[in-house]
Design a binder for this molecule. Structure first.
Ligand code: GLY
Length: 304
């Protein structure tokens, strides 16, 4: 399963834009299927899919990241392996094309789970990761989006849910989750965060249990939306716990998680979930969520 953000997505009324989003999601899902058909693991599949989503400027991650209050990109990402709960995360990084790949290196090449800002960039240099120039990230659209947010003195969700702002909100957090034929689960989430966020603000995406979670005993989860809501409810781990403690499947646990998110914090956003049996599920409190899935090697389905 992959997602490309949750929100009003009123800009997607235009058929051409809708087609563009859905084709990208379809192409990336099928790439993930190919990775696993060729013997790749769930972890390799989610890293590959998240990297492709980061490379598509339509989404709010990697080259499509939104800008903070200083007009700069600060990206967060995480990856988690359900086999042994190993995880890697980075926060507030810039000049890296694929933050999810840096998160994977934190997991496999360091003794830590999370590195941030300058320390994460130093680690990227240590690993020989190429730095991309600032103009790799900037587009006229994102500069305009920040200008409007500044005028309103507010931060904006990746795809804001209000009519007033929705036109500006065409970039979304991305995520990928997978179960491979061996039954291993993995999850990855990556984002530029929210428009006009304070410098140094970190959202849910790199926080294990909030924006990302994978445990072979339960499920893989990736979240998208207003990060503060997901951090306060630890939503991805909460869904996993519902599954474990109440013996729920993906659909039931997703519904329980969304009910909890709304009841406790009126949370804005959504989740994608695959359970240990390979059942796929999604839930969102926003009008729409761009997402797609291939369940048990079947047909590719894309929705928003
Ligand atoms: N869900 C992305 C963020 O709030 O940063």
């Amino acid at each position: 399963m992959v997602h490309g953000g949750a929100g009003a997505l009123d800009n997607v009324k235009d058929d051409k834009i809708a087609f563009r989003y859905l084709e990208s999601i379809r192409r990336i899902l099928e790439h993930g299927r190919d990775v696993m058909e060729l013997g790749g693991s769930a972890l390799q599949a989610v890293e590959a899919c998240a990297s492709l989503l980061e490379d598509d400027p339509a989404f709010n991650a990697g080259c499509g990241s939104v800008l903070n209050e200083n007009g700069k990109v600060e990206m967060d990402a995480a990856i988690m392996d359900g086999r042994d709960l190993s995880a890697g995360a980075i926060a507030a990084v810039d000049n890296i094309a694929n933050p999810v790949q840096l998160a994977r290196l934190v997991m496999t090449e360091s003794e830590h789970v999370m590195l941030i800002s300058e320390g994460a960039m130093r680690f990227a240099d240590h690993c020989g990761m190429e730095r991309v120039p600032e103009d790799y990230f900037y587009t006229a659209d994102r500069v305009e989006q920040l200008r409007k947010a500044r005028l309103k003195h507010k931060v904006m969700l990746d795809h804001d849910d209000t009519e007033e702002d929705s036109e500006d909100q065409k970039y979304g957090t991305i995520g990928a989750i997978a179960r491979d034929p061996k039954g291993n689960l993995a999850a990855a989430t990556s984002t530029g965060g929210i428009v006009n966020k304070r410098m140094g603000r970190v959202g849910d995406s790199p926080i294990v249990g909030a924006g990302v979670y994978a445990d072979n005993e339960t499920c893989a989860v990736s979240a998208t939306g207003f990060g503060e809501d997901f951090m306060r409810t630890v939503i991805s781990k909460t869904i996993s716990d519902f599954m474990l403690m109440k013996d729920l499947d993906a659909k039931q646990a997703t519904a329980a998680g969304i009910e909890y998110l709304v009841r406790k914090v009126k949370g804005r956003g959504g989740v994608i979930v695959i359970d240990r049996d390979g059942k796929c599920s999604s839930g969102f409190t926003t009008k729409k969520m761009i997402h797609g899935w291939i369940e048990k090697g079947g047909e590719t389905t894309c929705r928003f």
